[in-house]
Design a protein around this ligand. Structure first.
Ligand SMILES: [Mg+2]
Length: 275
């Protein structure tokens, strides 16, 4: 009988080992669809009414703040102004992210972005046009400061996006395109030297102050805490769960490469293991 049990015991042991191995390897349920790490963030951008409501909230708040500045305005004061970022602030880039996912990419792809920009598929972000028209109707100058680089035509592409969406002050005096830097502070200071800048709007803390351009998640959060009273008053922030300097804080690079190490690093960041 003892000899008869040995094959059964080996079978049971093998099954146990296999079960342990499978349980250790099973990161997702059997028969589940392949997961692209960008799916949830982009699905939220594409489908959540909350995403679009946050834009309306931001632009409603901006209008309230601007109305207050208009009410307080004294004769002889410099012209009021607002400074805005473009992509994911006044412009809706969701079509790019949809195309990226359809191509089975799971990290921002700079080449694909540069090819997408000239396609003129950007649209005005929810609430942006109404707010900017309110600015124009009240003689508030609108300045656009963006970081983009699609070669020689970069500036024209950006200007076309303003014109085609009907935004006011769509001209070379009011549009600044930084092709080799994301440091907007120099241009912001120039505008502030001749205008009363009431608001800065963007989807990246860097759109408000270069001081936020620091390494590490914790350092960035600590700086944000110092400015907490400015959010909703001088700084109006739009949501962006797909890209920005918050990604740089995790990876040390705003556009990390699509490597397995980086895919694991997303998971570490999501589970609180990010240093
Ligand atoms: Mg932006």
């Amino acid at each position: 009988m003892a000899q008869l049990k040995q094959p059964q015991q080996r079978l049971c042991t093998s099954a146990l080992v296999l079960a342990i191995l499978l349980s250790g390897c099973a990161h997702r349920p059997a028969n589940s669809a392949p997961v692209n790490i960008l799916d949830v963030a982009v699905a939220w951008k594409q489908t959540a009414a909350e995403y679009e409501a946050l834009y309306y909230q931001a632009y409603n708040l901006a209008r309230m703040q601007l109305q207050g500045a208009l009410d307080r305005r004294q004769p002889g004061e410099p012209t009021l102004a607002v400074i805005l970022d473009m992509d994911d602030t006044i412009l809706d880039t969701r079509d790019y992210w949809a195309q990226l996912l359809k191509a089975d990419q799971d990290f921002f792809d700079d080449q694909r972005w540069d090819a997408w920009i000239p396609q003129n598929r950007v649209q005005a972000a929810p609430g942006a046009l109404d707010f900017l028209q309110f600015c124009a109707a009240n003689q508030v100058e609108v300045f656009y400061v963006t970081s983009r680089n699609q070669g020689d035509a970069t500036y024209q592409y950006a200007l076309d996006h303003l014109i085609e969406n009907g935004f006011p002050n769509a001209d070379t005096d009011h549009l600044t395109v930084l092709t080799d830097s994301s440091n907007k502070q120099i241009r912001q200071a120039e505008i502030a030297s001749s205008h009363n800048v009431v608001l800065l709007m963007g989807d990246n803390l860097n759109d408000f102050s270069r001081a936020y351009y620091v390494d590490g998640v914790a350092a960035r959060k600590a700086l944000m805490q110092l400015d907490r009273d400015l959010f909703g008053s001088r700084y109006i922030l739009l949501p962006n769960p797909t890209d920005g300097h918050w990604v740089r804080a995790i990876f040390g690079d705003s556009e990390p490469l699509p490597s397995n190490d980086n895919r694991h690093q997303w998971h570490d960041a999501a589970t609180g293991n990010q240093p």
